[in-house]
Design a protein around this ligand. Structure first.
Ligand SMILES: C[C@H](O)[C@H](O)[C@H]1CNC2=NC(N)=NC(=O)C2=N1
Length: 116
């Protein structure tokens, strides 16, 4: 079991390999709260985090945005009252790269940084 949350993203070019079906299955085991979704034929990873109000969701949004910039790999973030939906995929390959699983695991790890 690789420790995805402690890995870093690699620079992603257009010819980078998308994860295989087998790799997808294996990697999903490490991020069980996430769902693989297909949008307009593009495979993505998505998780909706629930919070007690907008301010908490906003605080988590800030943490995720900063982490994305630090790793230079960016998600779609949908911020609502009491909820932040995070979606990862790799634009350069129009699909899922190992980077997306690393970032999903890092996103889960960020929850512990939120003051309760
Ligand atoms: C120029 C290009 O946008 C950059 O290389 C990075 C920025 N962040 C990125 N984020 C994501 N999710 N996919 C990318 O392909 C990507 N590319």
């Amino acid at each position: 079991m690789s420790d995805l949350k402690n890995q870093t993203c690699e620079a992603c070019q257009a010819d980078a390999p998308a994860v295989s079906d087998q790799e997808l299955k294996e990697l999903m085991r490490e991020i069980p709260e996430w769902a693989p979704v297909s949008r307009d034929g593009v495979m993505q990873l998505e998780r909706a985090y629930k919070f007690k109000n907008f301010k908490k969701a906003w605080a988590f949004h800030e943490l995720v945005a900063q982490m994305a910039e630090d790793e230079f790999h960016h998600p779609t973030l949908t911020l609502e009252w009491g909820k932040l939906t995070v979606t990862w995929w790799t634009h350069a390959i129009k699909g899922l790269h190992r980077n997306d699983f690393i970032m999903a695991a890092k996103t889960d790890a960020l929850l512990e940084k939120l003051d309760s």
